[in-house]
Write a protein that binds this ligand. Structure first.
Ligand SMILES: [Ca+2]
Ligand SMILES: [Ca+2]
Ligand SMILES: [Ca+2]
Length: 324
């Protein structure tokens, strides 16, 4: 009987101790994963494999900044050692082969031809089966190389800096595309995590480029505190859709203007149209004397993602957008 009690106590001790030890390594164990706070509102975090800290993926721009900050250059030869993953994302697909035009541009396949190399196998079929869509052979998949780069964001230095994310879950690389695509892809590939576990992982912060330039605010018709702040939202959206970057920037606080400019320069016409439409569809959900929050929902693969745009009163009485 005594022996049995000891056994039970030891077991209890083991159960109590085991999770504690395991949690110390949680940051390392989940290294490279995108974590989704399922007990909250689905906030997403990127667990950077380089420092084992988590970085908040709140907005499309955050995902994009993370991509730029943590992206590591990779040669095409090395990139081809990693299998390609595909997600069901709505996009332009001119030849209807199931590969988005911008993905085909990154891959070098023909966006107007289902079978780029005329070998009788569709581009998508070749990719799914790890064959080279531009030649006869199989891709040169290297499992060790894949293991060493799990969870990293890889930038194609021999092309135009196209970004890929090596998903730890299935060890395939996913094309991150434009900022909005990156945001969607990163959320789609995320892993649910409890708040309790997430709390064990240190939060990291990104250094945003900060070329403050207050003069850009002068021509803004951002109005006074009496103005309906939705005009800031709708005017910013119109300027983005119209491709008028300077005007669009005038609706944002100077601290984030360089990052907003970077994103707008990166987006093509379709991307700006989409971003403008998302912004202008936002409705007022929170208001006080200093801050108004406009929210909208973006659908991705039948999942609803909430996006907030925050307009804040500045010391000079103007209202400006503080995030994207
Ligand atoms: Ca295609
Ligand atoms: Ca094609
Ligand atoms: Ca082919």
């Amino acid at each position: 009987m005594y022996k049995k009690i000891i056994t039970i106590s030891s077991l209890l001790l083991l159960i109590l101790l085991l999770p504690a030890n395991a949690q110390v390594d949680l940051g390392k164990k989940l290294s490279g994963y995108i974590l989704l706070q399922v007990e909250n509102h689905g906030e997403a975090w990127y667990l950077n494999p380089q420092d084992h800290k988590r970085y908040y993926l709140g907005k499309p721009l955050d995902a994009f900044n993370i991509m730029r900050q943590f992206g590591i250059g990779i040669t095409n030869e090395n990139l081809n050692k990693i299998p390609i993953g595909l997600i069901p994302y709505k996009c332009s697909d001119s030849d209807g082969d199931g590969l988005c035009n911008n993905l085909e541009a990154a891959l070098g396949t023909n966006p107007h031809k289902i079978d780029s190399d005329d070998d009788g196998y569709d581009d998508k079929e070749e990719i799914v089966n790890n064959y080279n869509p531009l030649g006869k052979n199989k891709m040169n998949i290297d499992k060790n190389f894949v293991q060493n780069n799990i969870g990293k964001i890889l930038l194609q230095t021999e092309k135009n800096g196209e970004a890929w994310y090596l998903n730890p879950k299935d060890q395939k690389r996913y094309y991150l595309g434009r900022p909005l695509d990156a945001f969607m892809v990163m959320r789609f590939l995320s892993l649910g995590i409890s708040n309790n576990d997430l709390d064990k992982i240190t939060i990291g912060t990104i250094n945003n480029p900060n070329n403050t330039n207050d003069s850009q605010n002068q021509d803004c018709d951002c109005g006074t505190e009496n103005t309906n702040t939705y005009t800031i939202i709708s005017n910013a959206a119109s300027a983005i859709r119209a491709g008028n970057t300077q005007k669009a920037l005038s609706y944002f606080v100077s601290e984030i203007q360089p990052a907003v400019k970077y994103t707008l320069d990166f987006l093509d016409n379709n991307g700006r149209l989409l971003l403008g439409n998302i912004i202008s569809s936002a409705k007022l959900t929170h208001t006080n004397n200093e801050q108004k929050i406009y929210s909208t929902e973006v659908y991705f693969n039948n999942e609803k993602i909430k996006v907030n745009f925050i307009v804040e009163k500045q010391p000079n009485g103007k209202w400006l957008l503080t995030n994207l």
